[in-house]
Design a binder for this molecule. Structure first.
Ligand SMILES: [Zn+2]
Length: 177
């Protein structure tokens, strides 16, 4: 190539690494949740960084969401609390998958509960990457970690860099002003 033909061979970089990219997708999924108190999203990806399935916490697919209680007050019977009806994002993603999750990575906005940990471990997911672990003081959380440890599911927290947050601000500003 002479100098002229090299004109388009410029150095390029991505704003996002794979971890940040998929955590943003999980966050996007969480925005679709109707749950007024806790919106959670997740995405499972294969070793080639292709997404397999995504989910958010919501009502059972196919039922009228306006007919179920969305409040979280535990002083009434479970029959009248959201906890009796809502499916967690991980369970939703696993239910609606079209391919095996064996060896996959799961990106979750909130560390999985023990019920979802059972499903994740049974699917032979290789690693869980989470954003928040705000329920780390609960028994459910400790059980989930124990299940992962026993099943060999790795887990690690992702710190979203301030650079990425600044980048998003800049992007929105550039688009909207
Ligand atoms: Zn769960």
């Amino acid at each position: 190539m002479d100098d002229n033909e090299q004109i388009n061979f410029i150095q390029v970089t991505s704003q996002l690494n794979w971890d940040e990219y998929f955590m943003l997708l999980a966050m996007l999924a969480s925005f679709k949740s109707k749950d007024p108190s806790t919106k959670v999203g997740c995405v499972f990806v294969d070793k080639y960084n292709h997404q397999i399935t995504m989910g958010y916490n919501g009502a059972v697919a196919g039922i009228d969401e306006t007919k179920i209680p969305w409040g979280n007050d535990r002083t009434v019977s479970l029959e009248f609390q959201k906890y009796g009806y809502v499916i967690h994002s991980e369970a939703n993603a696993i239910t609606h998958r079209n391919a095996s999750l064996e060896g996959s990575r799961g990106y979750v906005t909130l560390f999985p509960c023990n019920e979802c940990a059972k499903l994740i471990a049974a699917q032979r997911v290789e690693e869980i990457i989470y954003l928040s672990d705000k329920y780390s003081h609960t028994a459910e959380n400790r059980i989930a970690k124990r299940i992962f440890d026993l099943a060999g599911v790795k887990y690690r927290q992702l710190k979203i860099s301030p650079l990425l947050v600044d980048g998003l601000h800049g992007y929105l500003k550039q688009l909207l002003t």
